[in-house]
Write a protein that binds this ligand. Sequence first.
Ligand code: XIL
Length: 362
Amino acid sequence: MNEPAPPRYDAPLTRRDALLAGAGLVAAGLTASRAAAQRAPIPFGSAAQIETFREDPLYRDALKRYCDVIVPMNDLKWEALRHDRSRFDFSGADELVAFAQGNGQALRGHALLWGEALPPWAKAMTSRAEAERELIRHIEVVVDRYKGRIATWDVVNEVIKFEPTPGEPMRDTIWQRLLGPEHVEIAFRTAARVDPKARLVLNDFNFEEPNAGVVARRQIALDLVRRLKDKGIPIHGIGMQAHLYAENPIDTHGLQLFVEALGKLEVDVEVTELDVIDWKLPADAATRDRAAASLVSTYLNAVTTARPPRAIVTWGLSDRYSWIHETFPRRDTAKARPLPLDADYKPKLMMNVLNRYRRSAG
Ligand code: XIL
């Protein structure tokens, strides 16, 4: 395939628009609104799994064909990079970064700080000094290695408490226990120092459901942004994971107010881990695909009308491989259908919805 000039992550899409030209907008309920069709295209991407990437040429083809942005799914996590305390292992991440660069695709780095996917030695840290030293060193080494290649970093991942209680906004992790809420500032300050040109993002889940916990989570995100800004520490985006539960409604109004409030703080959003958890839906594949497409449509329409996200990234590309199979197994043991391509790499209705945002106007 003849590759056009590399797209810039922060610029409108200029390619791939024709690739799915035949797909059309299938279901009447999913017809693109005039407004959506007139908006500037949004870079689209996917998280890529190294094991699958190495084994399956069709998977590599799909990543190349559909994506403007690639996110190493697990290979930039501490567990992968820091299995040994003394030595960084960049083998998986390097492979995916080289692939993306070779295809002119942008990269998101996921994630510099997370309470999960830590090697045993990191979970066993005991003092503030040790945690601070390791965190700073980690961010220095990793961000420096990919400087100029990874344009955007999830600097912190899932730091907001799942169901926050008053006065307890932060998730209980080794970082929170040893460093307190300051772990967020340390991470952002260090990333900005090492790569002043990088886009720095706070990534978290569930900003979209209609319940009091989510209202609190959104407020905490806004407070964190304000606190960083007040201290002169750069933060450029909020990553909204968007692992959408098919059985739960979306609070479109609350979501829009959140995105608008972030805009007032001069912070963009990006959709970072989109997929649909279909474990409670009926078994029929067509029914599930329609429901998933409709949910994604509702979600993206809400976000995009408030303020277009910097990117839309799905957590995988094909139903052949997804964390949803293991993490949210169906009672009837049918395979989950969380992603825009089916297990044979054929585009599903969800891809038609994504095409509204991927395609250039007209
Ligand atoms: C998941 C990966 O998809 C799995 O392969 C891995 O076993 C566990 O982590 N939120 C995140 C992602 O920020 O890093 C998680 O990815 C899914 C939930």
